[in-house]
Write a protein that binds this ligand. Structure first.
Ligand code: TXA
Ligand code: MG
Length: 497
């Protein structure tokens, strides 16, 4: 269990959740001559001449980021972030205080444009540190003409704005507060793809340090209500832009080492990275428990630091394993997260239920109301409304003969594409927690690690993947999903029967 921040622990602030419609925040004006859609991240401006409630809220949030030491929660395309001005120590300390987490984990710094990042890497007070480097070294160190190391250029072209964080050398002197980097000589940088995140950073005019906006150890928040549930009373402002599209955090890559390394799997896959110049040999640098070749039965709990964990006990089944019947026979509340193959367990049916009342707000209504396709085409900052995230549904015994005694079983069917599983996973863990389940059984998915030839399983529904095996890119997103699940789980089942 992480040691939590003890100072000023009592939640006393009045927390407001402010829906902001991305379609109303105005057109961006690219400062480059090229096509807006492809190059606007070089340097861009927001047309602030229009005035409406959405822009007013964004400007207020930007003011808070500039002047207050209480962080502001905002949506990104991956998960909600808890932002603070990365150049002010007191503001950054506010993040650790609100999250109640130890300050030894470095934070990602978010930028709205490449110009803003280059300005930070090239502090005017001193000559650039790479100016005496030989050209051969500039792939990792940057050059006078571009302080962003050349190794990252193909990735930036391909994936920014987007779910990719680059590890960069800290400039000297560094404008970043030391609390951001946890004493490292590098820092993580990302330009997010969410229009509200971009507009907020732009209006603030500062680099924004932001970890995921959850309380320490809980799953990352993928909608405003998750943030509210964790940080109510600890922060003042949550910008609500609806549910996040990706649902798992950004991929973190280190191109400063040779060969380059993936430090955290996430929204950009290994396969996609390998297609880029200089990244063909990228290595996996994160530790992930794999069940390959392990003995049968559950692993001992408490083998690792828990993270992304709901309060309920999480039991992860590797892909291809059947849900154990005895798990459902125990008395207590049970949650089931189904992904690719599991069906509703034998002996159970869906109870007729109205959609969870808060499902609507979670799925972006009314904040995204009024979004129409023509506005989205006009405004590259606007985004397509994402499909809904499934809520838990109650299962009831299908016949009176049922011998199953569990008092309550809740089912979350994330049975669709790997992308939809990523989007809905953290929400499912949190929803089941809110329902007070004692244990959550999760059907893992094939990431090429946990499954062995000859595994048993229900193989009759390949149709979920269009009747084909998962593509490499799907597998890589699956790796990000399983990485989070292995961290959340207390026990895992390698083999079921
Ligand atoms: O999608 C995301 O990345 C979200 C949204 C809000 O942008 N942010 C996020 O931040 O997940 P956080 O603080 O929860 O995770 C930051 C990750 C950690 O794994 C941290 O160790 C790594 O980035 N990191 C940050 N700076 C680093 C550095 N200098 N060297 C190595 N790893 C670093
Ligand atoms: Mg986090």
């Amino acid at each position: 269990m992480a040691k939590i921040h003890q100072n000023g622990d009592t939640p006393t602030l009045n927390t407001r959740v402010l829906p902001v419609n991305a379609s109303n925040i105005g057109k961006i004006c690219s400062k480059s001559k090229e096509e807006i859609e492809t190059s606007f991240i070089e340097d861009w401006d927001l047309d602030t001449s229009i005035s409406n409630p959405d822009i007013t809220l964004l400007k207020q949030a930007a003011d808070e980021l500039r002047h207050s030491n209480v962080p502001v929660a905002f949506p990104t395309e991956t998960v909600y972030g808890l932002g603070a001005d990365a150049t002010r120590s007191e503001a950054v300390r506010g993040i650790y205080k609100a999250k109640q987490r130890p300050s030894d984990n470095p934070l990602i710094v978010h930028f709205s444009s490449l110009k803003q990042l280059r300005d930070l890497l090239r502090p005017s007070a001193s000559p650039h540190p790479s100016s005496h480097q030989a050209p051969s070294q500039q792939s990792q160190t940057g050059s006078d003409s571009d302080p962003i190391p050349a190794i990252y250029h193909p990735l930036i072209k391909q994936f920014w704005p987007g779910p990719l964080t680059l590890i960069l050398p800290l400039p000297s002197p560094s404008p970043l507060a030391p609390e951001v980097t946890a004493s490292l000589r590098t820092f993580g940088a990302r330009i997010p793809a969410h229009p509200l995140a971009l507009a907020l950073i732009h209006l603030t005019g500062r680099p924004i340090a932001a970890p995921s906006a959850n309380a320490s150890t809980l799953p990352s928040p993928t909608c405003a209500e998750h943030v509210f549930s964790d940080l109510q009373g600890r922060i003042s402002t949550i910008l609500d832009g609806g549910p996040c599209d990706v649902g798992v955090e950004s991929t973190v890559v280190d191109g400063l080492s040779v060969p380059p390394v993936v430090l955290r799997p996430g929204g950009v896959s290994l396969g996609e990275l390998r297609k880029c110049d200089g990244w063909e040999d990228v290595r996996v640098g994160y530790e992930d428990r794999s069940l390959k070749g392990e003995a049968e039965g559950p692993r001992a709990p408490g083998m690792k630091y828990r993270h992304y964990s709901p309060r309920a006990r999480v039991v992860l089944y590797e892909a291809g394993k059947k849900l154990r019947k005895e798990g459902l026979e125990s008395v207590g509340k049970v949650g089931i997260i189904r992904t690719k193959r599991w069906k509703i367990p034998d002996g159970f049916d869906l109870e007729n239920q109205a959609v969870d009342a808060d499902q609507k707000s979670r799925n972006g209504e009314p904040s995204q109301n009024g979004t129409d396709a023509s506005k989205e085409r006009l405004n590259p900052l606007a985004r397509i409304l994402a499909p809904p995230i499934p809520s838990p549904r109650r299962l009831i015994p299908s016949s009176s003969e049922s011998t199953l005694t569990s008092s309550e079983i809740w089912d979350v069917p994330l049975t669709a594409s790997t992308k939809a599983i990523a989007r809905g996973l953290f929400s499912a863990l949190r929803d089941l927690d809110r329902l007070g389940v004692d244990v959550i059984y999760v059907e893992g998915i094939d990431d090429g690690k946990g499954r062995r030839e000859g595994d048993e399983g229900e193989r009759n529904d390949e149709a979920h993947d269009g009747g084909t095996r998962d593509s490499n890119e799907e597998k890589d997103l699956a790796a990000a999903i399983m990485n989070r699940l292995r961290k959340a789980a207390e026990v895992e089942f390698a083999v079921t029967e």
